[in-house]
Design a protein around this ligand. Structure first.
Ligand code: NAP
Length: 247
């Protein structure tokens, strides 16, 4: 059996882990940062939480006789991807990287581009009064000084405690979302701007279509640069490459 470590946290990571686990040649370990609920993954071993930087990851790979790594983390999870690349180099284990294609900016409805969450907060400041913040719990702190703005915050799992915003309402929700319900949400809370990461993928794209339908501006936090080297933007191809590599 070939042990493959999948660095997960995305829909595609779950899909490719399922595919790989159906192949009796592979032992799949699915790894989560630990901030979201674990998916149901028959045939895969699950682990949660950081490895302890590059050093910890190298140790984990050696101790668990990992023969290949699949990095299928979120496009904004730069640290984990950097660590995976560095560890794979150090220990000479093949690395297969999945990068979800980005959403494309509509030419007739341009986004307001933000370089970071802090930049998005500066853009919101004094300009928008009721903002849908859908960019993830990790970015909320950047908006903590926007006291004149009310926020609708959505994430997959509820926060552990208060989120540190002056005025907000919290909703949980796991995609896929549809345009109709996203339009209803934006209307219900009288949203006048949407803040989003360019996560890509179909599951959460409906909020962009809804904002467009209601003529609500989208403040888009730019993607970090793509990782150096080869990457896949198709799950089937990545799985085929892993199989090919260990045949
Ligand atoms: P990150 O900044 O790249 O990772 C920070 C640390 O978390 C890593 O160094 C690692 O700790 C641990 N980690 C991350 N992914 C892991 C995994 N799959 N298995 C084990 N440990 C993992 O990533 P992030 O903090 O998770 O998120 C950064 C951005 O990505 C945020 O904007 C977030 O909204 C977005 N995002 C991430 C995920 C996800 O599941 N990671 C999902 C959706 C969105 P050690 O150094 O200790 O190994």
């Amino acid at each position: 059996m070939t042990a493959v470590l999948v660095l997960g946290g995305t829909t595609e990571a779950v899909a490719l882990s399922r595919d790989l686990a159906m192949d009796i040649a592979f032992d799949v370990v699915y790894s989560l940062a630990g901030r979201t609920r674990a998916p149901t993954l028959p045939g895969c071993a699950l682990r949660r939480g950081g490895f302890g930087g590059v050093e910890g990851l190298v140790r984990y790979i050696a101790e668990n006789k990992i023969a290949g790594i699949v990095d299928a983390t979120h496009p904004y999870a730069v640290q984990m991807s950097d660590n995976a690349r560095e560890a794979a180099n150090q220990i000479d284990v093949p690395l297969f990287t999945y990068l979800r294609p980005a959403w494309e900016e509509p030419s007739d409805a341009p986004w307001i581009r933000a370089a970071s969450a802090r930049d998005a907060a500066r853009i919101v400041d004094g300009r928008f009064g009721r903002v849908f913040l859908s960019s993830g719990l990790g970015d909320i702190a950047a908006f903590s000084e926007q006291n004149a703005t009310w926020f609708l915050v959505r994430s997959i799992d509820p926060p552990d405690g208060p989120v540190g915003l002056a005025a907000y309402h919290y909703v949980t929700g796991r995609g896929p979302f549809d345009v109709e319900s996203e339009v209803a949400l934006l209307r219900e809370w009288r949203i006048d701007a949407l803040v989003s990461k360019n996560s890509g993928g179909a599951a959460t794209a409906a909020k962009l279509a809804a904002a467009r339908a209601l003529d609500i501006p989208v403040i888009m936090i730019d993607r970090p640069p793509a990782p150096p080297g080869t990457y896949y933007n198709d799950v089937t191809r990545l799985v085929a490459a892993v199989r090919q590599s260990f045949r």
